[in-house]
Design a protein around this ligand. Structure first.
Ligand code: THU
Length: 130
C-alpha cells in the first residue's frame, strides 16, 4: 500500500469519530507488520479526560487482535495544519517501536512523513527498564 493510500484509509475514519465536545474529528490508520491495517477514530466522553484519541484507538485495536509490531501510521484531523499525534499517543506508540513512520496529514490530504523517533526523542521505553 502506498503512503497516499494509507492516508486515505485514515480519512475514511473521520466520519466514525464521536466528537460532540471538540467537534474535531481525527482518523488514524496503523499498518501492522502482519500487513493488516488497524483503523481508529477519536471517541470523546462527557468526562473529558476519558476521551480516547484516534491513534490510541487504532493501537489498542491492533494489540487486542494480537499485532504488536508496526510499520507506518497515518493520522488526519480536520485542520489546516498537519495533525500531529499528541504526547500521550506518541508515548503509547513508542512502547512498540521508535522507528514507526508517521504520516501526519491535513484536511486537504497533504502530509509529511516523520519517524516516531523524531517526534519523541530520548524517549522512555521498555528497554529502559532493562
Ligand atoms: N485527538 C486525537 O484523536 N489525536 C491526537 O493526537 C490529538 C487529539 C483528538 C482528541 C479530541 O477528541 C480532539 O482531538 C480534540 O483534542
Amino acid at each position: 500500500m502506498t503512503d497516499q493510500a494509507l492516508v486515505e484509509k485514515a480519512f475514511t475514519m473521520l466520519d466514525k469519530s464521536y466528537v460532540p465536545y471538540s467537534h474535531f474529528p481525527v482518523g488514524a490508520a496503523l499498518e501492522g507488520a502482519d500487513g493488516v491495517i488497524y483503523t481508529g477514530c477519536n471517541v470523546e466522553n462527557a468526562a473529558y479526560g476519558s476521551t480516547l484519541c484516534a491513534e490510541r484507538t487504532a493501537l489498542v485495536k491492533a494489540i487486542s487482535e494480537g499485532c504488536r509490531s508496526f510499520t507506518r501510521l497515518a493520522v488526519v484531523g480536520n485542520s489546516a495544519d498537519y495533525c500531529w499525534p499528541c504526547g500521550a499517543c506518541r508515548q503509547m506508540l513508542r512502547e512498540f517501536g521508535a522507528d514507526l513512520e508517521v504520516l501526519a496529514a491535513n484536511r486537504e490530504g497533504a502530509y509529511v512523513a516523520i519517524s516516531l523517533e523524531e517526534l519523541l526523542p530520548h524517549s522512555f521505553g521498555p528497554e529502559t527498564l532493562g
